[in-house]
Design a protein around this ligand. Structure first.
Ligand SMILES: *[C@@H]1O[C@H](CO)[C@@H](O)[C@H](O)[C@H]1NC(C)=O
Ligand SMILES: *[C@@H]1O[C@H](CO)[C@@H](O)[C@H](O)[C@H]1NC(C)=O
Ligand SMILES: *[C@@H]1O[C@H](CO)[C@@H](O)[C@H](O)[C@H]1NC(C)=O
Ligand SMILES: *[C@@H]1O[C@H](CO)[C@@H](O)[C@H](O)[C@H]1NC(C)=O
Ligand SMILES: *[C@@H]1O[C@H](CO)[C@@H](O)[C@H](O)[C@H]1NC(C)=O
Length: 385
């Protein structure tokens, strides 16, 4: 059908009106919770930032920060002391941070970029920024491994609380900008086969939508509990297995996250709905949603690799057994989760696990305090989606 411009404007108007009504109305359920995150929701359209232009990239509204670990430096560039006094990122004081300048073609070569390393591009979700949780956990973990260049896509300005609807709307310009970054990297000679887009929540969909704006294929996308509320079903608007050679998805929650099989390979933790160590957290759903990041961070260290087993009659099982115990040991097939999942892996894998993954404690010296069972206020993941 050929749409006349008038029709399109009409459709657009209806969409905008219904979206802003949804924002004002209050209402119940997961979408509303996602939008307001427990705050009273008298936000209006004008309180939020809505972008459709591509200037967001050139104007620095979206930033790409490059983090590299350098073997020896005299300068102390690391300023990221945690408030709880644990020196997670900075234990070696050798992390270098720089904002990528896509206007200068030689930028990457004059940076601390290491061409022999793999590169990960981390994309946060709603309410995130480059240093904010939970992306920071992943950044620290990759840097600590010491064999990755880490790029953090900071679209925090366009994903601010409490403007979830605006954040969903803005995903498209963010994806366009991310496509510019990938194109820039490729033109700089980066091996795109050694590049992975890792996105949490809305960020997972941003990685996927980016493929719409590229003339080449993304090699690998890892979607960490891709967001569900208000994400359209159209494949061009969300992460799906068509978006990269390899799309892997970790499922940890079912209201904020999407339980649907999305990738070539999907991992369901404890049934993919509620994580047992999140029971009694301030917001069990949100806590569970965030823990996909901890499972991913854990997988970056060879000593911590976790395996999934093929889910039996997956959808039925998942629905029958929301709290987990999905593993039927003896299943023939074991699949490593996260970073070490081999290219070409396909299928649906289940994992049951009662301990909070990647928790920093006496037993696990590689971890983050933010990944521990939420008991103290430090672990309250109340603002992360
Ligand atoms: C909501 O609106 C009322 C009345 O306009 C105002 O008093 C209140 O502070 C607002 N709440 C928030 C969270 O903005
Ligand atoms: C780092 O610098 C120290 C001295 O500052 C030197 O002893 C050490 O060998 C260097 N390490 C590497 C990997 O270059
Ligand atoms: C963290 O690093 C700072 C400076 O290097 C040091 O003074 C402090 O004791 C360290 N904290 C811990 C918990 O190791
Ligand atoms: C959650 O809290 C309830 C009530 O305080 C308690 O009975 C239950 O054991 C708690 N569950 C977990 C898993 O901590
Ligand atoms: C870091 O990641 C690589 C895979 O990219 C792995 O081979 C290596 O063992 C990891 N390092 C640690 C300390 O686990």
């Amino acid at each position: 059908m050929i749409r006349s411009p008038n029709n399109m404007i009409y459709v657009l108007l209806i969409t905008l009106i219904s979206l802003s009504q949804a924002a004002r109305r209050g209402g119940n359920g997961p979408i509303q919770e996602a939008l307001s995150l427990g705050q009273s929701s008298n936000i209006t359209r004008d309180d939020c930032i809505w972008r459709m232009d591509t200037d967001v990239c050139s104007k620095g509204i979206i930033k790409f920060m490059l983090y590299t670990k350098i073997s020896n430096n005299s300068e102390n560039l690391c300023d990221e002391q945690r408030s709880d006094n644990r020196n997670i990122t900075c234990e070696n004081n050798d992390v270098r941070e720089a904002e990528i300048d896509m206007n200068s073609p030689a930028w990457l070569h004059s940076s601390s970029w290491n061409p022999s390393y793999e590169t990960v591009v981390l994309v946060h979700g709603y309410g995130g920024t480059s240093d904010y949780l939970p992306t920071g956990i992943l950044k620290d973990a990759y840097l600590r491994n010491s064999s990755y260049n880490v790029i953090v896509a900071d679209w925090g300005v366009l994903a601010k609380l409490p403007c979830y609807i605006a954040a969903v709307h803005n995903m498209k310009v963010v994806a366009k900008c991310l496509a510019e970054l990938f194109t820039f990297m490729r033109q700089s000679g980066v091996d795109m086969q050694k590049t992975t887009c890792v996105g949490h929540s809305l960020g997972a969909h941003v990685c996927g939508v980016t493929s719409n704006f590229l003339k080449f294929r993304i090699h690998k996308i890892i979607g960490l509990d891709p967001a569900k509320p208000l994400i359209p079903n159209a494949l061009k608007s969300r992460l799906d297995s068509g978006d990269a050679d390899m799309v892997q998805v970790l499922h940890t929650s079912s209201n904020y996250g999407d339980l649907k099989k999305i990738g070539h390979v999907d991992f369901y933790f404890n049934g993919g709905r509620i994580q047992p160590f999140c029971i009694n957290a301030t917001d069990e759903e949100l806590c569970s949603h965030m823990r996909s990041v901890c499972y991913m961070a854990e997988s970056i260290f060879s000593s911590n690799v976790r395996f999934g087993t093929k889910c039996k009659r997956r959808n039925v099982m998942i629905d029958e057994d929301p709290k987990g115990i999905l593993n039927r040991m003896g299943s023939a097939h074991f699949m490593p989760v996260g970073q070490p999942t081999p290219t070409g892996a396909v299928g649906t894998y289940c994992i049951s696990n009662v301990e909070a993954p990647f928790c920093l404690n006496e037993k696990n010296l590689i971890g983050s305090p933010y990944c521990c069972k939420p008991t103290s206020s430090v672990n309250k993941p109340s603002l992360i989606l």
